[in-house]
Design a protein around this ligand. Structure first.
Ligand SMILES: Cc1cc2nc3c(=O)[nH]c(=O)nc-3n(C[C@H](O)[C@H](O)[C@H](O)COP(=O)(O)O)c2cc1C
Length: 331
């Protein structure tokens, strides 16, 4: 399959200044971050669960769509809602109904079969992306007819995958020709270009947007992001049973020894309910791309820098001696 052709539909491509999603993050992404991301020309996403009730989510989406309708920027990216598709999510039907009512341009599903969501969202012309962390889950989600897959690769913030992006993208491209989104340690414009070269269409950036003015993260969390590097990321399943990348200083601050965390057996049990409050409120998460974040800035500034870096990566390709030699057939 051709790894260079974008699979983004024209309606989506035209609205983007950069092929990036400000990824949904529990307790971090709220309406202000989404609005700023969309107005900067990327896709802004929030987890439905960040609104404490479906009524609050309804208000958020009403205000967000009104604000974006008033926006005057040349490119205003579409917004996305992240729904936990697992049956333990008691709000799923109500939140899905809100996505339909507000015609969410994109719904990103996590954990569980997205079939009912695909039918409802395709009913009004929206797109569905399923978040997956192995090629096997990717194959399952592809069978439900999703438009895109978010490949959560090694080094990602939040619940991480374990497979490196080049291997994950190549495996999934063997059976899926829809849109692919790469997640995991993507914090620069050059990383965005690298994901496209691998065969992806979009990049999911979480950690890059935690230390922004518009994020809901508390000030200490934002500062810890600025002060940390990849050596400060600890991959552990001790907190919830699911593997997640956490900031070492936040574990230490909570009284845990980051070098002596237990390895849990028996998988991830959503019904234990431990994945809410403390696991994310006090034990802060970030991906391995944390070292590229040097300041707390407005989303617009971050996206502006990503655009500059991306343009520089494209320009470098044109003058790269390897590019010249392959084009001229001299090697
Ligand atoms: C603090 C935090 C919370 C997250 N919460 C969610 C979530 O609620 N739903 C989800 O699908 N992904 C969640 N993620 C994963 C992100 O959507 C994204 O895939 C990931 O951050 C990409 O890796 P990066 O952080 O290295 O850029 C979370 C990530 C972080 C860092």
């Amino acid at each position: 399959m051709n790894s260079q052709r974008t699979r983004l539909p024209a309606a989506l491509l035209d609205r983007l200044a950069l092929p990036v999603i400000a990824a949904p993050m529990f307790l971090v992404s709220g309406p202000a971050l989404v609005e700023a991301a969309c107005r900067a020309g990327i896709i802004g996403a929030l987890p439905a669960a960040n609104a404490r009730s479906s009524e609050i989510l309804d208000r958020w989406l009403t205000d967000l769509t009104a604000a974006l309708a008033r926006a005057r920027e040349p490119q205003v990216g579409p917004w996305a809602v992240n729904l936990v598709a697992h049956r333990s999510n008691a709000r799923l039907q109500d939140d899905l109904a809100l996505c339909v009512r507000h015609r969410a341009p994109i719904v990103i599903t996590a954990l569980g079969g997205p079939q009912a969501i695909v039918e409802a969202v395709h009913g009004y012309g929206g797109l569905v992306f399923a978040d997956v962390n192995t090629p096997e889950y990717a194959a399952k989600a592809a069978r439900f007819g999703v438009d895109g897959l978010v490949l959560v690769c090694a080094g990602a913030g939040g619940h991480t995958g374990m497979i490196a992006a080049p291997a994950f993208v190549a495996s999934v491209r063997e059976f899926f020709d829809g849109m692919l989104v790469v997640a995991g340690a993507m914090s620069t414009g050059a990383a965005v270009r690298s994901a496209q070269i691998l065969g992806a269409d979009l990049v999911h950036m979480g950690t890059r947007f935690i230390a922004t003015d518009e994020s809901l993260a508390v000030p200490d969390y934002k500062q810890m992001i600025v002060d940390s590097a990849s050596r400060d990321i600890v991959c552990t399943n001790a907190i919830t049973g699911a593997w997640a990348n956490k900031l070492r200083p936040s574990l230490a601050r909570a009284g845990l020894d980051p070098d002596r965390l237990e390895v849990r057996r028996g998988g991830f049990d959503l019904t234990r309910g431990e994945d809410g409050g403390k696991a994310w409120k006090d034990l802060w998460s970030a991906g391995q791309g944390v070292g590229q974040i040097k300041a707390i800035e407005p989303v617009r500034t971050v996206v502006g820098r990503l655009r500059d870096e991306y343009a520089a990566a494209l320009a470098a390709e044109l003058t790269d001696p390897w590019m010249q030699r392959h084009r001229l057939g001299t090697c």
